[in-house]
Design a binder for this molecule. Sequence first.
Ligand code: PLP
Length: 429
Amino acid sequence: MTTISNNDTLFARAQKTTPGGVNSPVRAFRSVGGTPRFITRAEGPYFWDADDKRYIDYIGSWGPAIVGHAHPQVVKAVQEAATRGLSFGAPTQGEVEMAEEICRLVPSLEQVRLVSSGTEATMSALRLARGATGRDKIVKFEGCYHGHADSLLVKAGSGLLTFGNPTSAGVPEDFVKHTLVLDYNNVAQLEEAFANFGDEIACVIIEPVAGNMNLIKANADFLQATRDLCTRHGALLIFDEVMCGFRVALGGAQELYGIKPDLTALGKVIGGGLPVAAFGGSAQLMSNMAPLGAVYQAGTLSGNPVAVAAGMTTLKLIQEPGFYERLGATAERLAAGLTAAAKEAGVVFCADAVGGMFGLYFSATPPNNYAEMMAGDRERFNVFFHAMLDEGVYFAPAAFEAGFVSAQHSDAVIDETIAAASRVFKKLA
Ligand code: PLP
């Protein structure tokens, strides 16, 4: 007798009323195959699906859950804020405090505007860059994902790669004719682009630690060259730290690399699991934003008081002494343990980590750009993914995604994961 799982039932129902049964494509398990797990609850490093199976969760809501799921202090702050009212459409003290805190923690920021998603943050930063420079062209890098705004949805990573189509349909040629797409970590190409179009380029937007074509770190000299070329040609440098902000270090990738961008986009961690994102830069640049300047951007739920309460509590928790040392050690322990387990089994595999982010690669060395990432053995990843899922370990359901640990992933949880991977690698060998 076959048992029908609650996940299967929910997925069948979901597909009737929601395209592909999901509200964000990469949740659909399209590249790994099978039925997505419908999650009913989460706590610490775990979540449970509709069949009440427990998983060690390594996506952490794709980044936000850095202090672990349902952290009691975050939940309490949300409950208290909710009792005072859900949304006002007028400014609050919480928004003031949050802007102050973000500007204090992120080296390049003097002012921020709060928005509700990473997409809004990058889209608005881009508009600001164009408005402030009076130029149209933008540079992005292949495999970097900056949300789903038209001009950024070109050769992007993440969910788009899952469908083998890194550029979305429905984006008119005219909208993207100003978008130059270059190879990540390639200084020569960037120099050439600036040599050809230097006085037309409004900005370069980059994930300084890329997490949407698996995990790929920018080389320090590449980032420095990007900074220098932008400065020399009067273009603005935008760090999209929606994923790596407050994730690879308290001050984000800009603190880690010691490089200051002109504009920064943030999201994920700063909402602590609720929708808060932000973009910002110097007070002078931000003075181009309405109501002061001519660059328009707005949001009904921007700076929502309940979301801000979750975000502020999360920002407090990540400043506890030793937080990032522990988080980094956790991700390192996982990466080293998985690499050793694969080696022992004779499987070509390696893993890498930076701060609380990690990458799993079915290749001998970590990739340096999109093409190298695509050369990895994705079929093997899919088999590995499902075998780990059976073991109760939930990695991102695509070979193109980074993974995340939280402060609640104890050494015991990591070691349980490595032991499971050991069994799986032996079967893969
Ligand atoms: N930028 C980066 C680097 C991201 O990783 C993402 C989402 O994964 C976004 C922007 C878009 O953020 P959101 O999904 O909140 O719109």
